[in-house]
Design a protein around this ligand. Structure first.
Ligand code: APR
Length: 181
């Protein structure tokens, strides 16, 4: 699914984010930047140890929840990995939507700052961190479309969704949000 948001592309695809040829690949990291399973494990496995060496040297304190930091991309076909730390879902009353929004927004700001034309996001927080999928999709899609409308950048954003169910949730969310514009 591909839509135009004020001259920018927003694309949903089902696939593996480590196989994307983009300027920046976003990782769903933890605040220690310690690596883990899910997309984090896949990115470090495909990218090699250079990514962890770089984050450990540059961000020994890790990264707060609701933010993101940039590293090199090792063997991935990208210039950068942005390590975004989404919130753990604790029922929705602990600021989770705002933290998820700022994690996405920080990645978009990093993309602009590093002059990235293309950036690929996974469904941050929607796996091990337990954020309900439909709610996570709504925050993700709204944050990206609002940013593209306002800044007219990045020129191409891709959501790379690993499963059919995740793709479906993002597609529904995008359809609804394009209708209400
Ligand atoms: N490409 C794209 N998406 C993927 C891939 C992949 N190769 N592998 C997994 N995913 C998807 C999952 O299906 C899920 O929809 O990424 C989404 C996010 O799930 P997690 O990776 O579990 O991320 P999150 O929920 O943010 O939890 C972060 O998990 O592994 C740890 O270190 C990580 O502690 C952190 C936590």
């Amino acid at each position: 699914m591909l839509v135009n948001v004020c001259g920018c592309k927003l694309q949903l695809i089902q696939g593996d984010i480590t196989e994307q040829h983009v300027d920046a690949i976003v990782n769903a990291a933890n605040s220690q930047l310690a690596g883990g399973s899910g997309v984090d494990g896949a990115i470090h496995a495909a990218g090699g140890p250079g990514i962890m060496n770089d984050t450990a040297a540059r961000y020994p304190e890790g990264c707060p929840t609701g933010s993101a930091v940039a590293s090199s991309a090792g063997n991935l076909s990208a210039k950068f990995v942005f390590h975004a730390v989404g919130p753990i879902w604790r029922g929705g009353k602990e600021g989770e939507p705002a933290l998820l929004q700022t994690a996405y927004r920080k990645c978009l700001q990093l993309a602009v700052q590093h002059d990235c034309k293309t950036i690929a996001f996974p469904a941050i927080s929607a796996g091990a961190y337990g954020y309900p999928l439909d709610l996570a999709a709504n925050v993700a899609v709204k944050t990206v479309t609002d940013f593209q409308k306002w800044h007219k950048k990045p020129p191409e954003v891709r959501f790379v969704l690993f499963t059919e169910g995740t793709y479906g949730a993002f597609a529904r969310s995008l359809e609804i949000q394009m209708e209400v514009q």
